[in-house]
Design a protein around this ligand. Structure first.
Ligand SMILES: CC(C)(COP(=O)(O)OP(=O)(O)OC[C@H]1O[C@@H](n2cnc3c(N)ncnc32)[C@H](O)[C@@H]1OP(=O)(O)O)[C@@H](O)C(=O)NCCC(=O)NCCS
Length: 150
């Protein structure tokens, strides 16, 4: 199976919402959040699609002044740990460099070792921790990539 990256479009929303619910349960985005993210200014969303153009993962950015935030990144479980997370992240970082943002931030559940490893592999650093941050009581870590250091 060959997966490729394409622009995230409105017709991906229903499937993306399902993938998100399976990955994040209680903290998954609502359909309203998907629609408002897609229509908000200064966003960049990409989809990972299979040969039939079915969405199997996605990721997105928000640009805030001179900084950027990674809003989300999810890959369907059967396609995880095959290098596609790195491909999505590298695509986002290329866009961030193109826009000349200084720093990139993200927040992730503190016990999500796979995601933290992925971000560290691209030089993100943990800069702070927020206790009891999520509705399920889990802690968050805030990670940053400072492109001014590059
Ligand atoms: C986090 C996530 C996006 C990573 O995507 P992925 O395609 O699995 O990641 P990759 O295959 O590109 O792997 C990148 C690195 O992540 C780590 N990793 C990913 N999956 C892993 C696993 N199952 N076990 C151990 N390490 C893993 C590894 O360090 C890997 O680097 P390596 O191959 O050099 O060892 C994916 O696991 C996912 O969708 N998880 C559920 C949603 C989520 O947690 N999103 C992040 C919220 S910020």
């Amino acid at each position: 199976m060959n997966l490729s990256i394409t622009d995230f479009s409105w017709w991906h929303v229903t499937k993306a919402h399902k993938i998100d619910q399976e990955a994040f349960n209680a903290t998954a985005w609502s359909l309203e959040t998907f629609w408002s993210e897609l229509s908000a200014p200064n966003r960049y969303y990409i989809a990972l699609v299979d040969d039939e153009k079915e969405i199997v993962g996605f990721a997105g950015l928000a640009f805030n002044g001179s900084d950027a935030d990674i809003q989300t990144m999810v890959i369907k479980p059967e396609f995880q740990n095959m290098g596609y997370g790195k491909k999505l992240l590298d695509n986002l970082i290329e866009k961030i460099k193109e826009k000349k943002s200084n720093r990139v931030f993200l927040e992730v559940v503190a016990d999500n070792e796979n995601a933290i490893k992925l971000y560290k592999s691209r030089d993100f650093e943990i800069i702070s921790k927020r206790s009891n941050y999520y509705p399920n009581g889990k802690d968050a870590v805030i990670m940053q990539l400072d492109l001014r250091k590059k």
